[in-house]
Design a protein around this ligand. Structure first.
Ligand SMILES: Nc1ncnc2c1ncn2[C@@H]1O[C@H](COP(=O)(O)OP(=O)(O)OP(=O)(O)O)[C@@H](O)[C@H]1O
Ligand SMILES: [Mg+2]
Length: 373
């Protein structure tokens, strides 16, 4: 149990004979005692680089890393009280799974006779209790990954770093292990930073999510904050499945409120809404965002008429796409919708669901237009 601070951390790789790569740019991340944090971002955005700097396998180019307020970024990895499960597993080939998992405890004082029991506990938690006497070369990739995860978890280190710890597993097993992993981390008050590409996993496991892009931290917040108040267009469109609908548009002052217009690809008005009670000095261009799950269709919806492009019932939800004045709008409903391609349906955009972004910077201007500021 410990707090972890990345203070303005930059990582520049300087490969010989090649241009330098700025993999992490001035990232500040304040992870509380016992907190579980997910790093989410596209491939190459610097997630592994961040974990490797915390663990001590890469130098910090600029900035500092602190555990419980003490600078640790110049210490050797073994002196940092940090456990890491690597993206590439890196198991010891001559050691059995059981020995791989227990290895880190050998030099931990006081573990002693406890080692065998602790190995069994984490192995059973991760469903690998039946392969403890095998060698890493004789088990599957998913089993190697769980062995690597077990080796990190068994230490109950003050800070644990897990790099895509369950990426090799099928969704059913992932869901079961995710719940157990969360219980384990909480029970042992383990401060944890884990990397994932799976948004469901990030939301289910993490207290807070750090969204990264091109080496920069875009937003650090609870799953709910990131979903309902994305700080910019990148976060808005990266988080959420299907992604947020984004339209070019304009907001302008009208009597008693603000008019919001969405434009089709030719720049003509595709739909218009009024947000009563809001005030605005002058018209301005915006990007309008609206989540598919909040779009309404059928009775009671009256903001626009959509021509159905596709309509798929997925067993527990419908994904329906419309053409509205040349804009493609995706909606999700929890009921099947009786409509075919070409049908015209009324579509509603609830004001509380509308996000506005600055078209130049991409930064958020407003989340929800249902109340006066
Ligand atoms: N040793 C290295 N030398 C030079 N460049 C590197 C090195 N390691 C990583 N990079 C570069 O730094 C950037 C960040 O890489 P990193 O491995 O941290 O990304 P990542 O977010 O973990 O990606 P992924 O999701 O694919 O694992 C990439 O552009 C990568 O090519
Ligand atoms: Mg990586």
């Amino acid at each position: 149990m410990a707090s972890l601070l990345l203070d303005n951390v930059t990582k520049i790789y300087r490969p010989r004979g090649k241009a330098p790569v700025e993999a992490v740019k001035r990232v500040t991340l304040d992870v509380k005692d016992g907190e579980i944090v997910a790093l989410l971002g596209s491939s190459g955005c610097g997630k592994t680089s961040m974990l490797r700097m915390i663990a001590g396998f890469e130098d910090v180019t600029e900035g500092a890393i602190k555990i419980d307020g003490k600078e640790i970024h110049r210490l050797a990895p073994a002196e940092r009280d940090v456990a890491m499960a690597f993206e590439g597993y890196s198991l010891y080939p001559p050691l059995k799974v059981r020995e791989n998992i227990g290895f880190a405890l050998l030099r931990q004082r006081g573990a002693g006779a406890d080692i065998e029991a602790r190995v069994k506990e984490v192995a059973s938690l991760l469903e690998i209790g039946d392969i403890l006497d095998r060698y890493p070369s004789l088990i599957s990739a998913g089993q190697q990954q769980r062995t690597s995860l077990a080796r990190a978890l068994i230490r109950r280190a003050p800070v644990s770093l897990l790099d895509e710890p369950m990426s090799q597993l099928e969704p059913q097993l992932r869901a079961i292990l995710r719940a157990r992993l969360k219980d384990y981390l909480i029970a042992h008050k383990m401060t944890t930073v884990f990397v994932t590409h799976d948004q469901t996993e990030a939301v289910a496991l993490a207290d807070r999510i750090a969204v990264m892009e091109k080496g920069e931290l875009q937003q650090f917040g609870t799953p709910d904050e990131i979903k309902t108040s994305p700080t910019n267009l990148f976060v808005a469109s990266f988080i959420g499945e299907p992604p947020m609908n984004i339209f070019a548009g304009e907001v302008s002052p009208v009597s008693g409120g603000v008019a919001v217009r969405g434009f089709g690809p030719d720049g003509t008005s595709a739909f218009a809404l009024k947000a009563p009670g809001l005030e605005l000095d002058a018209s301005r261009r915006v990007q309008i965002g609206i989540r598919p799950h909040l779009i309404r269709t059928g009775t009671g919806a009256s903001d626009a008429t959509g021509r159905v492009i596709t309509n798929h019932w997925l067993g527990d939800q419908s994904h329906i796409s419309f053409d509205i004045g040349g804009c493609t709008v995706v909606g999700v409903t929890d009921q099947p919708i009786a409509a075919r391609a070409g049908d015209a349906l009324p579509v509603g955009f609830p004001l509380r669901a509308i996000h506005l972004f600055d078209p130049e910077t991409g930064n958020a201007l407003a989340h929800g237009l249902d109340r006066a500021p």
